[in-house]
Ligand binder design. Structure first.
Ligand code: SF4
Length: 339
């Protein structure tokens, strides 16, 4: 039986009509997340990965326009939500944000209130969405803090966010995000601001929670190195579009898009690249007001062919479950066949 789809995005468009011109921050993005899987979304800053996540939650910035596409959620409860049709302040979207999708950010203070204790914030959420009384809600808050491996959870429940270290605040935000057993957790650069040791602990915690609770995760990062550890499948974004989607093994060992290949070359390999200068992707990410015609990656691509890549937008090419949007994806497939 094919895996059950939890979330499906189809041709999602988010535009920013600015004085300088129209920015298509998300330009026809389609992807899906299966129940219980981890989908990594990788891309440089400005690729549209976080704006797509905000479109799912109907939390777009005021200037953004949801210009098209559909976003469908089928949580474990058996309901179905067409998220793209919901008003950002509607009761239904608040229900989705409270019960079905949790979100963690790079900066925990985006989600945590500085003037309330961690316990109060978790208790309010579970009282509202799970109908618990005060005593049960407090017990649930302590359980959740224990679950995210917060030290001394029965004391920490009364701590304010500013009394915690960066790693502990991240744990508190994760406890809040999973407090109503969501079907999906969106983790947007959750480890980017942390030191390497704390990053490894938070990744381990997310993996453990995912397998214990059976929830799916969308893990958004600019760091390809982090993805290998946590994701089942990966989508790579460039300038508002998904350019490649594949299993984590195919992405790492048989990438079929030159941008994925270039990103992979810039990851340092432990013990091999120490002291070596790593290749970088030539050129800069183009100005969002003047995205190149054809394939947007063409000015930086070593495979680009004039007259093709700078004229025609590449279609999606399928290699089993791997999808690449490159005119010459077959050429990359052949290269791997001869390695
Ligand atoms: Fe490079 Fe052309 Fe493929 Fe774009 S379509 S990634 S420019 S080879």
């Amino acid at each position: 039986m094919p895996p059950e789809r939890l979330l499906e995005l189809d041709d999602v468009q988010v535009h920013f009509p600015l004085r300088e011109g129209l920015v298509k921050a998300v330009n026809g993005v389609s992807y899906h997340v299966n129940k219980g899987e981890v989908l990594g979304i990788v891309g440089e800053s400005g690729s549209g990965k976080s704006i797509t996540a905000r479109a799912i939650m109907r939390l777009l910035p005021k200037r953004a326009v949801a210009a098209g596409g559909s976003i469908r959620l089928r949580p474990r409860t058996g309901e179905e939500f067409e998220l793209s049709a919901l008003d950002r302040n509607s009761r239904a979207i608040r229900q989705v944000r409270g019960q079905h999708i949790g979100m963690v950010f790079q900066e925990p203070m985006t989600a945590l209130s500085p003037v309330h204790t961690i316990g109060t914030q978790i208790m309010r959420t579970v009282q509202l969405h799970k109908g618990l009384n005060r005593a049960d809600a407090r017990a649930r808050a302590i359980d959740l803090l224990a679950k995210v491996q917060m030290p001394r959870p029965s004391e920490m429940v009364d701590a304010y966010p500013h009394q915690l270290s960066g790693g502990m605040r991240q744990r508190a935000m994760i406890a809040l995000a999973i407090s109503c057993d969501p079907s999906l957790l969106i983790a947007d650069e959750p480890t980017t601001a942390l030191d390497v040791t704390t990053e490894a602990q938070i990744l381990e915690l997310l993996k453990q929670l995912q397998s214990e609770m059976g929830m799916a995760i969308i893990f958004i990062t600019h760091n390809f190195g982090v993805i290998a550890d946590i994701a089942d499948r990966v989508s790579v974004m460039y300038l508002g579009r998904i350019v490649e989607t594949a299993t984590v093994d195919d992405i790492f060992y048989a990438p079929k898009h030159p941008y994925t290949k270039a990103l992979l070359r810039s990851i340092p390999r432990l013990g091999v690249d120490q002291g070596r200068r790593l290749p970088t992707i030539p050129g800069m990410v183009p100005d969002p007001f003047s995205v190149p015609p054809g394939c947007a990656f063409n000015p930086r691509c070593t495979y680009a062919r004039p007259g093709i890549c700078d004229v025609t937008t590449p279609p999606a090419k399928h290699f089993g479950n791997q999808i690449s949007r490159c005119h010459f994806a077959e050429k990359l497939a052949e290269e791997h066949a001869h390695v």
